[in-house]
Design a protein around this ligand. Structure first.
Ligand SMILES: Cc1cc2nc3c(=O)[nH]c(=O)nc-3n(C[C@H](O)[C@H](O)[C@H](O)COP(=O)(O)OP(=O)(O)OC[C@H]3O[C@@H](n4cnc5c(N)ncnc54)[C@H](O)[C@@H]3O)c2cc1C
Length: 304
């Protein structure tokens, strides 16, 4: 009789992975939308070596893998995802300041980085205080607010290629564009980033952080489960303005609702499913296309 096939968790442990392994872990609590079925295997690396081990293991076993930060720009299918989900959040999260440069690990909270920069009298990341992602997610997505973008403050990114090579990429190599970067198209793991900042008065910088935070609270449903903006801004316009003008504020499918405060935010009012979110997105996209001839493009990434 042949030996039973080892579980994914056993197999990854045998390969040398030291961090946490959680088979069939529900992903809904790992996302800000609070939606999503289980990962076949969720793994939280203890260090960079664990990531190297995990990537080599996926390659040798042809196992699909994904990188999860704070799950604040993700819609995950109700039936979950196959393969390995590596969660880099609250690990690899050191923040260090050297002169005008701030270096942060991929798992550091982006708002925590903004607060540290402000406290140390470094300007350039005030906008980040209201973006509830990790540094890794912010770099990959080139997260931004109004005219500010993560990429503008980046001096270098520490990147683990899928073949296990660790490289440092300078700003230009990262190819930042609106809500995107080279890392969205290149398999690998952002391990951390170095930001080049400008000196300023800590109190003035903090005042700007507070001003932006207040503006967000007035205009966005920041205390309700969402993924932030569902759609990218169409050229020369705003997705929220179009959805509002189409009369869709408050439109609901199941427990998912177009926010009445900001129409580009969809709120999980309690127990919404991925199917609810997809159906609401379909309705909104069709209605905006019908009324204004504009095709909305999704900013939120869909895992299935
Ligand atoms: C209330 C609210 C407000 C928001 N406001 C804004 C805003 O003002 N501006 C804005 O741009 N976004 C905003 N967002 C969206 C979201 O916070 C950002 O896109 C954020 O940068 C995502 O980071 P994350 O760690 O949650 O990434 P996740 O959602 O976990 O992942 C996003 C993508 O990045 C990849 N990824 C994550 N970490 C790594 C890594 N270390 N290495 C390689 N790939 C990685 C994932 O695989 C995925 O492809 C908002 C969201 C919410 C809920």
């Amino acid at each position: 009789m042949s030996a039973p096939t080892p579980s994914l968790a056993d197999s990854l442990r045998t390969a040398g992975f030291k961090g946490e392994l959680r088979p069939h872990e529900l992903l809904a609590p790992c996302t800000t939308w609070q939606i999503g079925g289980p990962a076949e295997l969720l793994a939280v690396p203890a260090n960079v070596d664990d990531l190297v081990v995990a990537l080599a293991w996926t390659a040798s076993g042809s196992i699909s893998w994904r990188l999860l930060g704070n799950g604040s720009n993700l819609l995950i299918h109700d039936r979950g995802v196959r393969g390995l989900v590596l969660r880099v959040r609250k690990v690899l999260d050191e923040i260090k300041v050297h002169g005008r440069r701030l270096t942060a690990g991929a798992g550091a909270s982006f708002p925590a980085v903004a607060r540290t920069a402000a406290a140390r009298g470094l300007a350039g990341l005030q906008f980040a205080a209201g973006i509830p992602g990790t540094v890794g997610g912010a770099v990959v997505m080139n997260a931004g607010w109004h005219q500010f973008e993560t990429g503008n403050a980046i001096a270098a990114v520490d990147f683990l290629q899928s073949n296990g090579h660790r490289i440092t990429m300078d700003h230009d190599q990262c190819k930042f564009t609106y809500r995107s970067s080279l890392f969205r198209r290149t398999p690998g793991v952002v391990l951390g980033a170095t930001f080049q900042l400008e000196p300023g008065e800590p109190a003035d910088i903090q005042a700007e952080v507070d001003e932006y935070t207040t503006a967000r609270k007035l205009n966005q449903p920041v205390d309700r489960p969402s993924c932030g903006s569902v759609y990218l801004q169409p050229p020369g316009d705003f997705a929220g303005r179009l959805i509002d003008a189409a009369g869709l504020k408050g439109r609901r499918v199941g427990a998912m609702e177009v926010s009445r405060l900001h129409a580009n935010f969809f709120i999980n009012t309690g127990g919404a499913t991925c199917a609810d979110a997809l159906a609401l997105m379909d309705q909104v996209e069709q209605e905006v296309a019908r009324q204004f001839g504009v095709e909305l493009v999704r900013e939120v990434e869909f895992w299935q």
